[in-house]
Design a protein around this ligand. Sequence first.
Ligand code: FMN
Length: 215
Amino acid sequence: MQKDLSNYRKSYEKSALIEDAILENPLEQFQRWFDEIEASDGVDEPNAMTVSTIGLDGFPKSRVVLMKKYTFEGFIFYTNYDSEKGRAIAENPSICLSFFWPNLERQVIIKGNAGKIAENLSDGYFESRPVGSQLGAIASEQSRVVASRKVLEERLQKLEKEYENKEVERPENWGGYLVRPVSIEFWQGRPNRLHDRIRYTLQDDHHWKIERLQP
Ligand SMILES: Cc1cc2nc3c(=O)[nH]c(=O)nc-3n(C[C@H](O)[C@H](O)[C@H](O)COP(=O)(O)O)c2cc1C
């Protein structure tokens, strides 16, 4: 079986990323791009990002999660701290986040260090979630093997009864990570494969070095 995709070709012509027109702080540049993606209305979940970790088995692993906040400090997502990614981060907090926004032919790649956010912040976000999602977070020992879907559904039903008239508290092993960036690369597709790549690297003095990379 084979499928030849060598004719899949596209010319990238939507935009440009030029030194004169970029911001000094990459988080502000990120905000500018994110605002433009939201305004473009062409991406279903613009906050979906790929999180790559180095696993305990030595392999890198990437999976999609939802960015729930960004500030000058970095990028926040929520997950199960005992999941495969949680265990990987506990061992090696250096991780990579990436966004691909095909409608504007853009990619952003962030290297940074992940750390758990304060418990009260995770509580606040957990409280804001619909009850179904709260119970789902309790029902799932994320990334562990389960015998069948039925086991999970029965667990959820039991929890629904248990919490009928009770507030659901955030489980200790569920919460947010803040990823503090050390480098952020912005990629803008351009014609003839001469794409724009601008990389910001954090310096000791808290300034960001800005460099252009070859495509
Ligand atoms: C669009 C999308 C959004 C997702 N958002 C999250 C999320 O915010 N948090 C999360 O833990 N998993 C999320 N997932 C599921 C993860 O991709 C992954 O399956 C899960 O976190 C377990 O990963 P792990 O076993 O590598 O730890 C999302 C998946 C998709 C496709």
